[in-house]
Write a protein that binds this ligand. Sequence first.
Ligand code: UD1
Length: 419
Amino acid sequence: MCGLGGIRIKGGIPLEGEVRIQGSKNAALPVMAAALLNRGTTVLKGCPRIADVLLMEEVLKSLGAGTSWQGDTLEIWARNISCCQVEKKLGERMRSSIVLLGSLLGRCKEAVLPFPGGCVIGSRPIDLHLKALRELGGEFVETEEGLLYGRTRGLKGAEISFPRPSVGATQNAVLGAVCAQGTTVIRGGSREPEVTWLCRFLNQAGGKIGGIGTSCLTIQGVPRLQDTVFTIPADRIAAGTYVCASAITRGKGILLEPPIKEMGALLGAYEKIGGQYAYNSGKLFLCSQRAYRPVRWMETGVYPGFPTDLQSVFLAVLTRAWGWSQIKENIFEDRFKVVPQLRKMGAQIHLEGQTARIQGGRLSGNIVRAEELRGGAALVVAGLGAQGETYVEDREFIERGYEDISRDLNCLGARTEKD
Ligand code: UD1
């Protein structure tokens, strides 16, 4: 791939500035899917204008919904849903399109989707999604064209027990259950904030969901959802990325309106490396002058554990610590894909299974390539902490989740530019 554009970063400048945190990608996407269950108008304020949100908007339009933007407010009207098939070329580009399964079955009793990311069941499993929706009365087959076909005679409340928590599968179960007939109890569900926000949105739109924020949700089905105006919360991963940017440059920084309650694990890790912070009236003040201590052991986990989405970015920070650190990845197997690129910048990282051992030292600017969203952000952060100039190719991957990482970092005092 070439010609996707990149980000040029001048390294070695301690940050000092302030930045407002964008709306959350992972909260926005399932709420957009939920808008299909309302035969009227859903208004989402603070919606991030990022590639994945725009792609989800395209998908909703292809199903017959209307959409319009005003500033960062997205309006979706879903009176006429004329189609229950997500086009292959759209759905394949975004794994989270799978979250449409629950709402399409609820709305149309039928759904046709490409397997997310173009992968078949097994390598990118959706078994937990299907299990939950089967319990609610969904039936699924793979079509001859390799698509996932689902249908139901009408979703009915059920007892769903997850053997392990999955964010997307819990969201699909909630979306299937909210307008199903009768009561659903979900046990062992994900407690990630993005599930909580989806439930809050649904309740605001007339849903009856109890146990929000716990792993056991009770959902009394309602016939329909109502029009609602909802504000998408700030993005905890973008906020965490900027804390890491401050840390690696041993700078300062102020984050405006970050979702502080959801940032406990990241801020705990930031303190461990020597960062200091204070939170006051919606502002998070960062002081990273002494953020150079290594962390002997840390691991990713489900919420409220350390988020896997920040693992690569924090790994980048630890490559500049004074000593060795270890991080274990417990959620996704392929989360260390960024390591070869970080090594090109001089990072000393030794991988053993799902654990990375990092010997902190110096980084030097280089030309590196973003291959996925969070790894790409990690390379930008590494560039800030490197000597000289770094160029991160293929910023398209980063733009799936960050509205404009270059703009935001420059607000924080960095010198970066896009081309
Ligand atoms: C969501 C987030 C992603 C984040 C992840 C974990 C969105 C759009 N994406 O992804 O950014 O990194 O949560 O916090 O919100 N699994 C199965 N079977 C399934 C589903 C998942 O085995 O049916 C496994 C996955 O392979 C993975 C683990 O469960 O190992 C967690 O995945 P899951 O919580 O489902 O993540 P996503 O919802 O895909």
